[in-house]
Design a protein around this ligand. Structure first.
Ligand SMILES: [Zn+2]
Ligand SMILES: [Zn+2]
Length: 284
């Protein structure tokens, strides 16, 4: 039951009970794309997926109407950390994520660039070097660097920084590095999607290339423009309002890009996600 126009639109869904349960949760909300965690994102524990669980996931995915799957990596990793121990732990964790993705046959891992904790330039270099180490060690998925809201010392809140990060990856591996744009984070980081839609995407294309954009996180924001805060709101009900989401749905440049919502799920996650996806589909 792929959508007639091949549109890849969905939500972050739970993997409670195992990753094999995720595709049917996508079906439940009428999604054609899902994002999942392959582990508990706020714990360091790195589970190995049992081969039965991997097969269960692949079968469920084939049977479902969800062709597009991306994973989101752990919240704890900091590949830019100046602390050697923490960085080594983060590298091990990210390698494990890439490994799980490859086993599952998932094509994309979305990741937040790290926190530099003091010096931006050296942090950026450490971050890029860590991606290189992980990509060299683990074949398989593409890594999508997500635009961040720029809280604290977070890297990746400007297009320049993201471009620099990718530039630091050697040519042979750079093909495996792309981007994920989060509408809430962009707005919080000072990219005005409400008043300057075309300008922002022109700047994106100049700095990062629209062809390197593989995933969009469609989230409204609880905080004002340029707030550097990261709190998602329901589509059309936050400071961005409906217009940017109407534009993203109407703009041909984004037609084939995987779109995932990470909006609050309320008391009834299935009903809320269905409602949000219905709202987005209405913006035609
Ligand atoms: Zn996001
Ligand atoms: Zn966020």
């Amino acid at each position: 039951m792929t959508s007639p126009d091949g549109e890849l639109l969905g939500a972050h869904v739970s993997t409670a009970g195992g990753v094999g349960n995720a595709p049917s949760r996508g079906d439940e909300i009428g999604a054609t794309a899902i994002q999942i965690f392959t582990k508990t994102p706020n714990q360091w524990r790195e589970p190995r997926l049992a081969s039965e669980e991997i097969e269960r996931f692949k079968l469920a995915r084939r049977r479902s109407g969800v062709p597009a799957v991306v994973t989101h990596d752990s919240y704890l990793t900091n590949l830019a950390s100046p602390d050697d121990k923490l960085r080594a732990k983060s590298v091990a964790s990210f390698k494990a994520e890439l490994h799980r993705c490859r086993s599952l046959g998932v094509e994309f891992v979305v990741t937040h660039p790290g926190n530099h904790m003091g010096d931006r330039d050296t942090g950026l270099e450490r971050n890029a070097a860590a991606y290189v180490e992980c990509l060299e060690a683990e074949e398989g998925p593409m890594v999508l660097l997500e635009t961040t809201a720029g809280t604290g010392t977070a890297l990746g809140s400007t297009f320049e920084e993201l471009a620099e990060m990718r530039q630091l990856i050697p040519h042979s591996l750079r093909e495996r590095v792309g981007f994920c744009a989060d509408t809430c984070h962009l707005y919080s980081a000072g990219y005005d999607l409400v008043n300057n839609w075309d300008g922002v995407w022109q700047e994106w294309d100049d700095e990062l290339g629209l062809s390197n954009l593989h995933c969009l996180h469609l989230n409204d924001s609880m905080y004002p423009f340029d707030s550097r805060r990261d709190r998602h709101e329901l589509i059309g009900e936050g400071t961005l309002g409906p217009e940017p989401f109407e534009k993203v749905r109407q703009d041909d440049r984004f037609r084939d890009i995987i779109k995932v919502i990470e909006t609050p799920k309320g008391d009834d996650p299935v009903a809320t996600d269905r409602r949000m996806l219905g709202r987005l589909r209405g913006y035609k």
